[in-house]
Design a protein around this ligand. Sequence first.
Ligand code: AMP
Ligand code: MG
Length: 602
Amino acid sequence: MEAWDERSSFQTMDPIRASVATISDKGYAGQREDVSGPLLVRLLQDLGAEVVQQTVVPDEHEAIVHLLTTWVDRASEKSSLDAAPDLIVTTGGTGVTPRDVTPEATKSIIELEVPGLSEALRFTGYGKTPLAVISRGVAGICGRTLIINLPGSPSAVRDGMETLAPILPHVIRMIRGQDTEHHTKHHTEHHHEMNSSVFDERRAVLSVEEAQETILSAVEMLDVERVPLLAAVGRVLAETVSADRNIPPMTNAAMDGYAVRGTEAARGALHLRVVGHVAAGHEAGGVVGPGEAVRIMTGAPIPAGADTVVRFEDTRVEGNHITVFEPPLPGDNVRQAGEDVQAGEQVLEQGTLLRPQEIGMLAAVGRMEVAVFRRPRVAILGTGDEVVSPAETPGPSQIRDANSYAVAAQVQRWGGVAMVLGVARDQEELVRQGFRQALELQADFIITSGGVSVGDFDLVKQVMDAEGEMRFWSLNMKPGRPMAFGAVNGIPLLGLPGNPVAAMISAELYARPALLKMQGHTDWSLPAVRAQLTHSIERKDGRRHYLRVALRETSSGYEAMLTGDQGSGILKSMVQADGLAVIPETARKLPAGSEVEVILLH
Ligand code: AMP
Ligand code: MG
């Protein structure tokens, strides 16, 4: 126990935020007083923890799962500003009667079991009563919350807390990512030796950048296709283009006027005889001799002998003579052959984003067709028994598939070819069929929404795992904490969360850079402005928040105002938003007037 130094005290860290649940049919029904719950609260408080929630639920799987997920705030992502507890301790429901389901319910939501904790509880409990061994309690981590099952009896609660007291601060620091002391490093190194990346990943809470990097490194630039010139705008050039001739091809007039001999004209107040005229697009016949001028239009070739153009407005005409009263300098108003582009010169480099001006240059060098990187074909699959196509009439408990269309529209904006596959109901076979259809349609990238959280029917993860490669991440952001990424038949698959706001924001952060890279882009930074918050923001969860804001221009820049309810299912918050205010992980309290980055939603 010496390894647990002075920092292992509850007092030397930010208070542990704990929630306590008594799992008991009788306690719930009021047939028996709940002694263990209040005892647990007191013991935790004695240790310096802040108990943020306490409740009693019956011994029912659903009820327990619902409570835990609500507390961990995984599926609901309800309010953007409140934090999940560091610790949930349950008491009750760990025995061997048919009603004891706490361990099963807990297991169904934890992402990483920590069996040592529950073993330690059984082991020390056994020292007091041999019956301790029939407690089936589990311990594990969901998101950033440690969940521990204790048996229901007050004595088991007391013994259990005694066992846990020296361990908890340390574990919670590690989960918070705050522990950097050497014995922690030792643990980390140990994990590396095990080289179990999936294990590490499921345990880890990834930053936005870590997830972005992993996804980006899993996609490659697509192959090249030739497209008609006008279809190439917004695409990335896949060849290097050189000029086939000079632009302009010959020395020509930059103004309407008279072509003259420059040295002569420079002497001023000249009286010249007009010996001919030349229009744009025509050959200049003849030579301009001394004392002569040729009437010339903009773009027409300068006749031999001349090297300068006097503008009409600087001359006066008298019969077939002109008087130059504003003498030009030699070479004035003349464009030299090749002054824009020389024959053979490289005009556009491979990798250039083709904007209208590049399209103009391609036309100027005679390219009616051009090689560009292919647009990714993106299959988009909704999931959920409750979700139906917007083309159908929804039943009373059904909702229309908003995600597939929102995400398809995003994909199109980013240059992808969106293929909306429809909605797979919550059955493994149907999700699998969706993946198969995506492959048949030769998708280069697959995006699903829903089915990646921790509910009973969240099958996308399972099917990905079975069919291909699945990495599941808890991302240190809000909204959009759960996300799956992997591949089916080598095709990258991004499993977005189901709530529409979370789905769209995750697509923006993770699908967009990948799709841009596949099309040959090298810049996928998001357009952003700085703005001042109109309200103060307080939260303690250490996650990066993306708040929906409306922007208003003021005399000193922009002002960002929250667009109402920030729930991840509130699509209206996106509709009313001009951008996403980025609240950094480290900011706990931002007073009104604080400056934040706002990603623009176009
Ligand atoms: P899930 O992650 O599947 O549990 O979904 C989380 C929430 O998002 C649930 O309330 C779903 O009803 C909702 N949801 C899932 N898919 C869609 C969709 N395609 N369109 C709108 N809402 C959805
Ligand atoms: Mg679902």
